[in-house]
Design a protein around this ligand. Structure first.
Ligand code: ZN
Length: 389
């Protein structure tokens, strides 16, 4: 059986070992050693990376037979001695998050009787799923107590016990494994069976910051960041807040009110534009009809969106026997065709022919049809429309 060096010393970053087995599976080189400090993905904590000799360690797998497989990008020889080096920044980040998780889960357990069902540590976020739905005030209380324990800098000890001894101890969670158990003991606060890598004293966690929470499967999913991650998360928030503060010229605490004011102004402006656009559409329609003998209005209008164009076309179609065929410039070119009940033109049929020649899509009824995505020279489209009408 391979010796798991991280069990006793999570701070060990360099070790010597003998290669005991080399396999190639699906093009991946799998290496086993007589002992290793590489942590394999398990218990919610991801694997370590680093190097084995000259090869890079890309993944570390907890094999079903109890061994550890190192997936490497180079070739190693059975029987060779190699030096393994652990990427410390990744390892230490995992240690901060994992010990922070034990403290936070214990806080939820002790203060609120909210059991942790599962823990997930990803590259960007860490979450725990609690068995109960909790209000914001309770979450803040547990967060505060977890940080108290962090700042008291309590020892975090590793112990190995057999099943009989474990049964006598008060573990936070029923252990899932049989036989000898590895316990993580946060002095006078938490005792859990866990194979993960942990800091030696709670102070090294730095801070436990709850970043978000949501209802999840009848309980609560709590996202959190510890130590370096919390600092980075704070930096990201600071930059976003500073950007918003600069744009709105308000103090950070005034941001929500300033955004609300902008939203209200935006809605009012939209409403005014709608009213003005419909009045302008009437004027535009009157001018177009006056300039078009026979009530056939075929024109390219600039600066109107689909709705504006439709308003002008419908206004033109209020004139007895009039037909409007309007396109917008510049691209994306939209088209609206409308006719007065006194005109015999089928707007939808005209639109189909235009689309057949200039592409795009759309549809409608004999009285009103509209489309978009026409390709081609506006003058050519207008010429064709005049032919059709
Ligand atoms: Zn753990």
């Amino acid at each position: 059986m391979q010796k798991r060096l991280y069990y006793d010393d999570p701070y060990l970053t360099e070790f010597d070992a003998t290669v005991t087995r080399v396999e190639t599976l699906d093009g991946r080189h799998l290496v086993r050693l007589d002992q290793t400090a590489f942590y394999p993905t398990s218990g919610g904590q991801p694997f370590d990376v680093g190097t084995l000799g000259e090869a890079r360690v890309l993944d570390v797998i907890d094999a079903e037979d109890g061994g550890i497989q190192h997936v490497v990008d180079g070739s190693l020889t059975e029987g060779a001695r190699v030096t393994g080096r652990i990427d410390w920044s990744r390892r230490f980040d995992h240690m901060q998050q994992h010990t922070g998780q034990h403290v936070l889960s214990a806080a939820f357990d002790r203060l609120l009787n909210a059991r942790t069902e599962s823990f997930h540590l990803g590259a960007d976020s860490a979450t725990i799923d609690l068995a109960r739905d909790l209000p914001a005030g309770d979450i803040r209380r547990a967060e505060a107590d977890a940080n108290r324990v962090v700042w008291e800098d309590r020892p975090v000890k590793i112990a190995f016990v057999d099943a009989a001894e474990a049964a006598r101890l008060r573990l936070r969670k029923e252990p899932a494994r049989q036989g000898t158990l590895r316990l993580i003991d946060i002095e006078d606060y938490d005792l859990s069976a866990c194979g993960g890598t942990h800091v030696a004293r709670t102070g090294a966690v730095g801070i436990v910051a709850v970043t978000a929470w949501e209802r999840f499967k009848g309980g609560t999913r709590v996202s959190f960041a510890c130590g370096g991650r919390a600092l980075r998360a704070h930096g990201a928030l600071r930059d976003v807040a500073a950007g918003a503060v600069r744009l709105l010229s308000v103090l950070p605490e005034e941001l929500p009110a300033a955004i609300e004011r902008l939203q209200t102004e935006g809605k009012d402006a939209k409403r005014s534009i709608k009213v003005l656009q419909s009045r302008l559409a009437q004027h535009e329609a009157t001018a177009l009809v006056a300039a078009s003998p026979g009530g056939r209005v075929v024109a390219a209008l600039e600066g109107w969106d689909q709705n504006g164009l439709k308003a002008v076309a419908v206004a033109v179609a209020q004139t007895p026997a009039a037909v409007a065929a309007l396109i917008s410039t510049p691209s994306p070119r939209v088209i609206v065709i409308a006719r007065n009940d006194g005109a015999s033109v089928d707007s939808a049929a005209v639109l189909r022919q235009v689309i057949g020649r200039f592409g795009g899509k759309g549809g409608g009824r004999p009285e009103l049809a509209q489309g978009g995505g026409l390709q081609g020279d506006p003058q050519e489209i207008l010429r064709y429309l005049r032919e059709l009408l």
